[in-house]
Design a protein. Structure first.
Lengths: 321, 645
């Protein structure tokens, strides 16, 4: 057990706040309980005590915050009694600052490497992860605001690009769309074939095309979107001008396609499935390119490359700039 | 044919006549055939082709004797992808490997003078060269029935196919055999579906044939989604007419007038080749109304798939052809009875259809003479992974895995130790070294816990982590699960969580039991084969490589040093010369150090991408990988003696 004077703790918490750690009411309550306890408490006991102070507090909140505090090394878990973890105030709480700073430094570095668009260009799943980790490990409010701002800006960028289809263009487009529909006899059983043709023409499926197809074929828009989102080949967002395709087939996997993908991710600063902010490159993986002898293989600009090194990749991507 | 005196073919006599005529035209000519399968294309065989054509034209201009006697052909896949681009010169069957554009003058020159370019020939381990294609070990141990024609014909020329006896089986069936007889022949041949399940083709045809209704359909399943398998694509790209011929015969037998060929959009050349084949066949009267004056009408349409692995399942594929989302349905009524638009539908794999003309031409007895009693005929496998001779191999059923991997495949790459072979794509399992003498056929593989699948054979060596491989397949399947049934959607996701836990070094002892339980659930409760066979990879890796799971869980070590969270990169301060190369390539700036001083990796920052190890010059090789606690090696026998292996 650590016996620290309350004032000291308060000072420490004040410091914490300066670093950028948000001291919410719940966290404060939990810390108060742990500090004033004579021995280690289990999460349930903390919950019961916290309930007395603030009846609106939920058990999930307690668990979540305990986890956060533990991650920040303010409290530590030690020993199990009756299958319950017991929590104490961390003994080397002085190290907290250092540990915390270390983490925030990583956050900064990664962000710097990944460029200003890092957060936005990642896929929804990893974006969620990023924001989660950033909210704890980031060095402060400013960084968080910055990244949020970047996210919004990029969203705006996307919207702007979509808007680039001006009304006249859409009207001109109609004849093009009709030509494709005509080719497939306006028959709804050929819907997938039509969408394949549109994907080939536009490199993605713009909204107005889907709307037009839906009205013309008298197929509900939900069905059109259902198909467009079910099949992997269709994209509902604009793609980059150049596609970088990495084979993730089994043969390539055992020969090291994971490292190849990692290398490309490092060079292009985007995750698989995403497009660079300048809409130049889209990085994709496929299940098999059918040239297993070359594995791990990458396809770019209709050419195959067998396990290119970082330097070769940089040269390759620069060659089309 | 250049002069089209016979517009529509009306029977066997016409076909034989054309074939004879074409053969006589080719008499005495030297054919340079260049492989332009996907593998060789990746090695830029198109450039080689262009250069050879250019070179030959130069020679013709110089009016060299014999120069106009040379014909250049772009053929389909020859199978030996490892040594592409492949070139075979007929009639001598001289085989050149790894041809480069700059070799073109030599090749043309020697073809004219009927000589051989020594440097491009296959060299055996003694250094002596082998000239003929069939003498090369890779080809010598194969028995090529379906694949044989690939190397001989131009896939875009129907004449080439007719020249080697194409469409004669169709003529024979239409003119001489009533549908029942064709069916009994196919049944007698004991041909089993080459797509994975190994269902008897004759039985399938019979069900559809006997099903009630006038409108029936036949479909070719060319939605080859298995990673690491590309034989269907190679047949479609190299010899599309053989599939078409088999399809027309099937339609005639069943009584279908409409057919579909479902090809993946990812195979643009296959789409092009089959569309071209259909058009040519229509011109010759081999498709359309009243085929060969037999009164039988049949036409076929190509449907491009838009990339969904589950769409290879029969009911899902039919939903996709109907223009819907390709999800499977419950098959209490089989698709053979109620399939496409609720009409009886026969669906077979590309390779199955390609076998049909051979069975009709040579008879069921001939077909049964190859292979094992349970599985007759040959099967094409794509032999890939850590093997010396990557490529497509066609062997009779019943050949042992050892023969395929060592005799044809030439052993393991880099002299490493063999660990396992994965067969059957994501639905199959792994087979360990102890079972290498297993004869390969549908039933034996099933007994070993794996399956034939579409014929992918991924060879793995000692540097592959089996837990990682299982994780890879489960991830693949979890991504591809359509989400319609809960056991598959949620079961695979839970499997994936457990695997992620294990490879992240957070595995728990109970996880192994949990994996096994989930497998039982998946096998019994899934709607279609995607979930139902997902357990194969888990069960076989657990059965044959349990100690590797143990190492991950108990010792937090990855013996093959693949699982990133369990390995670490370290710089040996004795060997490091301080060249700062690794410092520059590190994407997270985890390496510190000044020039001429030994560097160090900050493990808390390292993302284990391995860039530094690749960059470190070979003369220093200062960076080494290590994993977990090595006591594992010492203890593993004692600990796992009672657990499986």
């Amino acid at each position: 057990m650590v016996n620290m004077e309350k004032t000291n703790i308060k000072n420490l918490l004040g410091q914490l706040k300066n670093i950028g750690f948000r001291l919410t009411g719940t966290r404060k309550t939990i810390l108060d309980i742990i500090i004033s306890a004579k021995e280690g408490l289990s999460a349930e006991e903390i919950f019961i005590s916290a309930r007395k102070k603030n009846p609106e507090i939920g058990v999930a909140t307690i668990y979540r915050n305990i986890k956060i505090l533990e991650e920040l090394m303010i409290i530590k878990r030690a020993g199990e009694t009756e299958n319950k973890n017991r929590y104490y105030l961390s003994e080397n709480i002085g190290n907290l600052k250092i540990n915390y700073f270390k983490k925030s430094v990583i956050g900064q570095k990664q962000q710097k490497k990944a460029g200003a668009y890092a957060l936005v260009t990642s896929s929804p799943a990893s974006r969620r992860q990023d924001t989660e980790s950033f909210s704890f490990y980031n060095s402060g409010k400013i960084d968080r605001m910055q990244s949020q701002l970047n996210e919004w800006m990029s969203e705006l960028d996307k919207i702007r690009r979509e808007k680039e289809f001006k009304l006249e263009e859409i009207i001109n487009d109609v004849s093009k769309i009709d030509a494709v529909l005509q080719k497939h006899q306006y028959s709804s059983e050929n819907l997938i074939q039509m969408l394949l043709d549109f994907q080939g023409q536009y490199n993605w499926l713009p909204k107005h095309v889907l709307l037009y197809v839906s009205t013309k074929l008298k197929v509900p828009l939900t069905q059109v979107y259902g198909i467009a989102s079910f099949y992997k080949f269709f994209n509902l967002e604009p793609r980059g001008r150049y596609q970088v395709i990495v084979c993730a087939g089994t043969a390539c996997h055992v020969r090291g396609s994971v490292s190849l993908l990692q290398r490309i991710t490092n060079v292009l600063n985007i995750n698989p499935g995403d497009t660079t902010p300048d809409y130049k490159f889209t990085l994709d993986t496929v299940n098999c390119l059918g040239c297993c002898a070359l594995g791990p293989v990458m396809m770019f600009n209709n050419k195959y490359f067998s396990n290119p090194s970082r330097k070769e990749l940089e040269k390759l991507f620069d060659s089309v700039v | 044919m250049s002069e089209k005196e016979i517009k529509k073919i009306s029977g066997l006599e016409d076909l034989v006549k054309i074939s004879e005529k074409l053969k006589s035209l080719m008499e005495g000519k030297t054919v340079i055939s260049i492989c332009s399968g996907t593998g060789c294309k990746a090695y830029s065989s198109d450039d080689v082709h262009g250069k050879i054509v250019e070179e030959l034209q130069k020679k013709i201009k110089e009016s060299k004797t014999n120069a106009d006697n040379i014909v250049i052909k772009k053929t389909g896949c020859h199978g030996y992808c490892e040594r592409g681009p492949i070139m075979v010169i007929h009639p001598g069957q001289t085989c050149y490997l790894g041809v480069k554009p700059e070799d073109a003058p030599d090749i043309v020159e020697s073809a004219i003078n009927e000589k051989v370019v020594e440097k491009l020939l296959y060299k055996d381990e003694n250094g002596s060269s082998i000239e003929k294609e069939n003498d090369i070990p890779f080809y010598k141990h194969q028995q090529r029935i379906i694949f044989d024609c690939n190397a001989k014909i131009d896939p875009y020329s129907i004449d080439d196919y007719i020249m080697i006896g194409g469409y004669q089986a169709l003529a024979k069936a239409l003119k001489e055999m009533p549908p029942d007889k064709v069916l009994s022949e196919v049944k007698k041949s004991n041909l089993r579906g080459r797509g994975g399940g190994g269902f008897a083709t004759g039985l399938k045809w019979e069900t559809t044939k006997n099903a009630a209704g006038d409108t029936k359909y036949v479909i070719v399943n060319a939605d080859e989604g298995d990673p690491g398998a590309y034989m269907d694509r190679s047949i479609l790209e190299g010899n599309p007419h053989s599939v078409l011929e088999g399809l027309i015969i099937a339609a005639y037998t069943i009584g279908a007038n409409h057919g579909y060929i479902y090809v993946r959009q990812e195979y643009p050349f296959a789409v092009k080749s089959i569309e071209n084949a259909i058009e040519n066949a229509r011109e010759y009267g081999l498709l359309g109304k009243n085929i060969m004056n037999s009164g039988f009408d049949f036409d076929v349409k190509v449907h491009r798939g838009a990339g969904a692995f589950v769409s290879g399942e029969s009911s899902a594929l039919m939903a996709a052809v109907e223009g819907n989302v390709g999800e499977p349905r419950l098959k209490y009524i089989h698709t053979a009875v109620s399939g496409l638009w609720s009409k009886p539908t026969n669906l077979n794999n590309v390779e199955t259809y390609a076998n049909i003309p051979h069975i009709i031409n040579n008879g069921a007895e001939w077909f049964r003479s190859t292979g094992t009693p349970g599985s007759s005929g040959t099967k094409i496998f794509s032999l890939v992974g850590k093997v010396n001779n990557t490529g497509l191999v066609e062997v009779p059923m019943g050949v042992t895995l050892r023969d395929i991997i060592y005799k044809i495949g030439g052993g393991i790459k880099g002299g490493k130790k063999f660990k396992a072979v994965q067969t059957g794509g994501p639905s199959g399992g792994v087979i360990p070294e102890a079972l290498l003498d297993l004869p390969v056929d549908f039933d034996e593989l099933y007994k070993a816990g794996s399956m034939m699948g579409s014929g992918g054979m991924i060879v793995m060596d000692e540097s592959d982590c089996m837990v990682n491989v299982a994780h890879y397949f489960i991830k693949f399947l979890a991504d591809e699960s359509c989400g319609k049934c809960v056991p598959c959607r949620e079961g695979l996701r839970q499997l994936l969580y457990i695997y992620e836990r294990i490879i992240n070094g957070q595995g728990q002892v109970e996880d192994l039991k949990l994996l096994e339980d989930l497998c039982i659930l998946l096998e019994n409760a899934s709607l279609c084969a995607l979930g139902g066979t997902a357990q194969n990879i888990v069960v076989t890796t657990l059965k044959y490589f349990r100690q590797e799971y143990g190492a991950h869980i108990y010792y937090k070590a990855c013996p093959a040093m693949v699982c990133k969270p369990l390995i670490r990169y370290e710089i040996s301060s004795d060997k490091c010369s301080g060249c700062t190369r690794c410092v520059k390539v590190c994407p997270v700036d985890a390496i510190s150090g000044k020039p001429k001083e030994a560097h160090a990796i900050d493990q808390s920052l390292c993302i284990k991408c391995g860039a530094c190890m690749e960059e470190c010059p070979e003369k220093y090789s200062a960076i080494a990988k290590s994993t977990g606690i090595f006591e594992y090696e010492k203890e593993k026998e004692a600990v796992f003696a009672d657990k499986g292996q």
